[in-house]
Write a protein that binds this ligand. Structure first.
Ligand SMILES: C[S@@+](CC[C@H](N)C(=O)[O-])C[C@H]1O[C@@H](n2cnc3c(N)ncnc32)[C@H](O)[C@@H]1O
Length: 347
């Protein structure tokens, strides 16, 4: 049901939904060391409502940032959630707290006007992109391909929100396969609540006032994170009954990901959620079974016993030695931290 929100948003190019501060904090706490001495660009962010601007301006000193740049796209449609009602698009730069009150005061924030509308693809935005070391934002999902292509073209580091459907895009999957792009830590339960005025179709239990729930959202990054080097703990062993081969391709079906056999040397088809656990030291991504024609890496349709399955990532064990066996942890799990109130920019 919740994905209807995303599809509806995509079809209508409704890109106005805003990330919660808590979700930004939960992800970026894993990247803190990357930001020291760096210029950060948030280039799809109206600073009046963007929690990315809030996060980086309030944590400027703690992260040891050099500079924060935020560009705001002037949206012509005034009915949308953003109040992009100024005549020209603006961009802001912030060099940190000058009066030692630990707050980004208006007089400390440089406001500049664009000639154009602040489209991330415009030349004036590209000039700011060139200045940046790391780009962090939730870009418009409808322009995700172009957005990532531009980051790659200018060889930028980034942490951005996207939808897991993007993994299948012919422009995106090759980057994942070639280890130029990977998934971050992600949203709790694989779904995010975003501030928005779009109609929410979440079930009553999942509904939050003033928000839409979108399932399948994730963080995409090319910054190193510890998670990416943690071995998946495997405990099952291969047998041909439990792991049948596809009708049309020489690989075994392994679903769910946790069932990957510890001892199989050939190709294995796993659901795309595998990428949440992917460690390039443990497995190679060989390709994808999707339509069989999307890109050079889309090798076939995943057909099993005459039925087409959901798309599968094709992997192969990388380690030549024995894959780490499962050991019962001895320590007790810590209590979950108390959940802070989400920051609501519209209040
Ligand atoms: C999903 S929203 C996220 C907003 C903000 N980054 C956040 O997370 O709260 C995407 C934003 O990109 C803006 N946008 C849409 N097209 C754009 C473009 N071509 N260039 C720059 N920004 C654009 C939209 O106005 C919208 O505010």
């Amino acid at each position: 049901m919740a994905n209807k929100n995303l599809n509806a948003a995509k079809n209508a190019k409704k890109d106005e939904f805003y990330t919660q501060l808590i979700d930004i904090e939960n992800e970026l706490r894993h990247y803190k060391h990357h930001f020291k001495g760096k210029t950060v660009l948030c280039n799809c962010d109206d600073p009046r409502v963007s929690n990315f601007f809030h996060y980086f301006s309030y944590n400027f000193e703690q992260l040891g940032l050099k500079k924060l740049i935020t560009t705001c796209y002037k949206n012509q449609n005034r009915d949308l959630f953003s109040q992009n009602d100024s005549e020209r698009a603006i961009w802001l730069e912030y060099f940190g707290d000058k009066n030692n009150n630990r707050v980004p005061d208006p007089e400390e924030i440089g406001i500049h006007y664009f000639q154009g509308d602040g489209d991330f693809r415009s030349q004036e935005c590209i000039e700011l992109l060139k200045e940046a070391d790391i780009v962090v934002t939730n870009p418009p999902f409808s322009l995700f391909r172009e957005y990532v292509a531009q980051l790659m073209k200018y060889e930028k580091k980034f942490v951005i929100v996207g939808h897991q459907n993007a993994i299948h895009y012919k422009e995106i999957f090759p980057m994942i396969k070639e280890n130029r792009l990977w998934l971050g830590y992600g949203f709790k339960g694989g779904a995010g609540h975003f501030f928005s005025r779009y109609e929410d179709t979440a079930t009553a239990g999942d509904h939050r006032e003033g928000m839409i729930r979108v399932s399948g959202v994730n963080w995409f990054t090319n910054l190193e994170i510890p998670k990416r080097h943690e071995d998946m703990i495997l405990y099952k062993t291969y047998n041909s009954e439990e792991y049948p081969k596809y009708d049309n391709f020489d690989a075994i079906e392994c679903c769910p990901t946790a069932n990957i056999p510890i001892d199989y040397e050939g190709l294995m088809g796993v659901p795309v959620t595998f990428l949440d656990k992917y460690n390039p030291d443990q497995f190679d991504i060989v390709g994808i079974l999707n339509h069989g024609c999307d890109s050079e890496y889309d090798l076939a349709k995943p057909i099993l016993n005459g039925k087409e399955k959901f798309s599968r990532i094709l992997i192969r064990r990388r380690q030549t030695g024995k894959v780490k066996a499962y050991e019962q942890p001895e320590m007790e799990l810590p209590m979950a931290a108390e959940k802070p109130e989400p920051y609501n920019p519209s209040v």
